[in-house]
Design a protein around this ligand. Structure first.
Ligand code: SAM
Length: 252
């Protein structure tokens, strides 16, 4: 298996740079690679490069970009807004959300939110590892938590917010997406909002549903765990309106 690494450095044919600690540990200690071994490199903006370990010494690992293997391609602009969950559940959510093409993770504090803090550094590391494994060309951003009120007041009209509503009126997600007018489907960007384990307060859901950029969606008759609901909504979105029709690079 050729290791695939996210790097912060600019990538051009022939670029050489020192690997950061995370990459050095992974290549030298975990994968036991050495000088000359092949790599795949991406940095979120210059595409993907075939590369190699140019120099491998105990405290210094030099990587080299050899040739462009994939052009930087546009990836979906899809946000996941979620009420912070317990550590394992939020790690799971970020890993799977990254695989499902989320471009931004926005924690949102609601009335029943279990915890109002997240570890942005750890979650960013989870997103980087998932992006490396699922062969995407970007790494989603993990933002600091904001209140539901701040989300509402700061929202831009050109992004449609799909609110996963466990109660009250909500069309099944497939029907809700297919009923969106073609201009919304084409011109708008999208976001999914998932409530906390304790659920949205009724008045929170009522106020959200009155907003012109909100589409409430149902995810079936069962009460799903928040992280399950997020995956169900993201997978449905990608299949119906997103990039679900595209094929992985190797088979392109
Ligand atoms: N405690 C809540 C209750 O008992 O009604 C359940 C909250 S659920 C564990 C967490 C979040 O997942 C909800 O706020 C909602 O966003 C989403 N969710 C779960 N099941 C859903 C469904 N069947 N339809 C739409 N959203 C759902």
């Amino acid at each position: 298996m050729i290791p695939r690494l996210y790097v912060a450095d600019d990538l051009r044919k022939g670029t050489r740079f020192q690997a950061d600690e995370r990459a050095a540990h992974y290549l030298l200690n975990v994968l036991r690679r050495g000088s000359g071994d092949p790599l795949l490199l991406f940095n979120g903006s210059d595409g993907e490069y075939r590369g190699r370990i140019a120099e491998a010494a105990k405290r210094r690992l030099i990587l080299e970009a050899l040739e462009l293997s994939r052009e930087q391609d546009e990836e979906p602009d899809l946000w996941l807004c979620f009420a912070p969950l317990k550590k394992d559940a939020v790690d799971f959510l970020v890993e799977k959300g990254t695989e499902l093409g989320v471009s931004r993770f926005q924690p949102v504090l609601t009335a029943h939110t279990a915890s109002n803090r997240i570890n942005q550094t750890r979650l960013t590391a989870v997103a980087i590892e998932a992006a490396e494994q699922c062969e995407r060309l970007t790494v989603p951003e993990v933002f600091e938590p904001i209140s539901l009120e701040a989300l509402r007041t700061g929202w831009k009209d050109d992004r449609r917010l799909l609110v996963c509503a466990e109660a009250g009126d909500a069309l099944p997600i497939a029907e809700a997406l297919s009923r969106l007018t073609s201009d919304v489907r084409i011109s708008h960007r999208f976001a999914v909002l998932i409530g906390p384990e304790g659920g949205f307060q009724d008045d929170e859901l009522d106020r959200l549903k009155k907003l012109h950029f909100v589409t409430p969606v149902g995810l079936g008759p069962r009460i799903l765990r928040a992280e399950t609901a997020a995956l169900a909504a993201l997978a449905a979105f990608q299949a119906i309106l997103g990039d679900g029709a595209k094929r992985p690079p190797k088979t392109a």
